[in-house]
Structures are given as structure tokens and as C-alpha cells.
Ligand binder design. Structure first.
Ligand code: 8YV
Length: 305
């Protein structure tokens, strides 16, 4: 396992509990260890670095690609290198986006709940009709590695057209239309998917205005970070059926998911499963350990943030 790999290289203290680190544990990790391997549940914000004073730790290796829970500027100011695990997460996260897209558009969660409730009356020609994906247009907000992996699946696997918004034009091996705003993208597509990094710069990119621009038959999918969408505005749009459905893997205040969201039939809700496959988590761990190894060997780290 990854912990064993790390133990072969370092003197390791392994905190084997799923809960996020407490503030004391975060401060202590910086004060008492040379390097720290942490996860998205551990908010290394500016105050943790401020309270830790001059830290002993010189590297924070994040287990995951997203690092919006780390104040990178504060970490660097405190003399730490921050690394992440891009690449390892791409395909698995794109797969979960497609899972959510299919479940939301084809009403799979709703159908499963109906069957399990015992209320299914049998096949009917117009029972639970969903949105047919072939020939429809997917809009990707954020065309990085994960956005491209989602677009590729939609184009080659489902015969969908692809449109996107990204800071830069991408050289892609399949046709895709770049648009200049989230609103324009939302208005043009049948399924809107976010693959943005999260954090201050992308906060609430999908706001009430963007949701209002979507077609009433449209579906919204988020596998990125909860804060890229205004969750309250999304709940209102779903409640009023101003959009047809949503498939979410991430939330603004994980693990707290608003009761109003959980009550909605037209929302598919997964508990942040983006990278939840053994091989993927092992690869993420190997990458995090490789960054630590390189750093302490005096080499350039492979995945600096
Ligand atoms: C990880 C993720 O499991 O890689 C990411 O950014 O969101 C997840 O899938 C998580 O970051 C663990 O720290």
C-alpha cells in the first residue's frame, strides 16, 4: 500500500481516521514534521500557517488534484512547497461525470427509487421519459485535463456535440466550439458540466443568471468543487423546474448537503466519489509519495502547484 511505500522512505506517523484534521493537528503537522501528506478535508488556510509560526515542515503534498482547501500563497510565504496529483484522477473523475449525466438525463436515480419503493406499475410507453443524449450538445466549463476527458467521452462515446468555456483555446482532436461566457454556453447546450478548479477565482461561476440562461430541458452536472455553483440558486432552479435536473458529486459545505437538495427528485446526489476506485487512490498516493521523495532527495518535485 501507499502507506507502506511511504514507510520504506520516511519515518511516518499515519493518522488512520476519516475525519478531517483538527486545527491543532494541522498546526502540529506543520510544527513537528518535515513533510505533510493531506487531503481535501484538511483546510490549510492562512490562519493555520500564521498560528504555526516558523514551521518545521517544508512540503505539503496534497492527495488529489484540487487544492482549493490550501492557501497556497500563505504556504509559500511560510517556506513550503505544495504539490498535487494531476493525471491520476482524470479518467475516474470524467467517468463519474458521465455517470451523473446519464443518471440525471435518463432519470436513473428516480427510477431506482420508484422500483425500490414497490410502487412501480409496470412498463408504460411514456413512463419516466428522459433526455436522449445522442446528437445533443454538452457544454464544459473549464477545459483542463478533466474537462477534456469528459468532452472526449461525450463526443466519441455518445455522439454529442461539444462546446466549452476556457481561459485559452484548446487544440483538441475532436470538434468543439469555444464560447466566451458561462451564460452563452449555458444557453447553447443541453447538458452543462463544470470542471473548474474551485476556490476564490471560480467561486459561483454558475450563478442564478447562468442557471436562468439554461434551457428548461437542460441538466447541470458538477464534479468539480461545490463552490463553483451557487448552491442556493441551483436548488431554487430545480425546485421551480426551471431546469430539468442536476447531477452532483460535490457540495459547498461537504459533508453537509442541504435538506432542500436531498428532498429533490430531479437531483442525483453522490458523496464525492470522483476518484473512489482502488487503483486510482493508489496512484494518487504513489504520486504524493513521489513528490515527497523527490523533494527530500533535493530534486525538482514532479507536481508543484
Ligand atoms: C480526491 C478530488 O479524492 O482530486 C481531487 O481533487 O476532489 C478527490 O477526488 C480528494 O481530493 C482527496 O483529497
Amino acid at each position: 500500500s501507499v502507506v507502506a511505500e511511504a514507510r520504506a522512505l520516511f519515518d511516518v506517523t499515519y493518522r488512520d481516521r476519516p475525519e478531517p484534521l483538527s486545527r491543532d493537528e494541522m498546526r502540529n503537522s506543520l510544527a513537528s514534521y518535515d513533510g505533510v501528506l493531506m487531503t481535501l478535508g484538511d483546510p490549510y488556510d492562512a490562519s493555520v500557517f500564521a498560528e504555526a509560526g516558523a514551521p518545521r515542515a517544508r512540503i505539503l503534498a496534497n492527495f488529489g488534484v484540487g487544492y482549493n482547501h490550501v492557501d497556497v500563497a500563505a504556504a509559500k510565504a511560510a517556506g513550503l512547497v505544495v504539490t498535487n496529483t494531476p493525471g491520476a484522477v482524470t479518467d475516474a473523475t470524467a467517468d463519474i461525470a458521465l455517470t451523473l449525466m446519464l443518471m440525471s438525463c435518463r432519470r436513473a436515480g428516480e427510477g431506482e427509487r420508484l422500483l425500490r419503493s414497490g410502487a412501480w406499475q409496470g412498463w408504460h410507453p411514456v413512463q419516466m421519459l428522459g433526455l436522449h443524449l445522442s446528437g445533443k450538445t454538452v457544454g464544459i466549463l473549464g477545459m483542463g485535463r478533466i474537462g477534456q476527458a469528459i468532452a472526449r467521452r461525450c463526443h466519441y462515446g455518445f455522439g454529442m456535440k461539444v462546446a466549452y468555456v476556457s481561459r485559452s483555446e484548446k487544440a483538441l482532436e475532436f470538434p468543439a466550439t469555444r464560447m466566451d461566457s458561462a451564460e452563452a454556453l449555458a444557453a447553447a447546450v443541453d447538458v452543462l458540466v463544470t470542471a473548474l478548479p474551485g476556490g476564490a477565482e471560480t467561486r459561483h461561476t454558475v450563478n442564478a443568471g447562468v442557471l436562468a440562461a439554461m434551457k428548461p430541458s437542460g441538466h447541470f452536472i458538477n464534479i468539480a468543487r461545490g463552490d463553483v455553483v451557487d448552491e442556493a440558486a441551483l436548488i431554487a432552479a430545480l425546485q421551480d423546474r426551471r431546469i430539468a435536473g442536476a447531477g452532483l458529486d460535490v457540495y459547498e459545505q461537504e459533508p453537509r448537503v442541504p435538506e432542500a437538495l436531498r428532498a429533490l427528485d430531479n437531483a442525483v446526489l453522490l458523496p464525492h466519489l470522483g476518484t473512489a476506485a482502488l487503483e486510482v487512490r493508489e496512484e494518487m498516493g504513489r504520486m504524493a509519495v513521489a513528490n515527497l521523495r523527490a523533494f527530500f532527495a533535493g530534486e525538482d518535485v514532479p507536481n508543484p502547484v
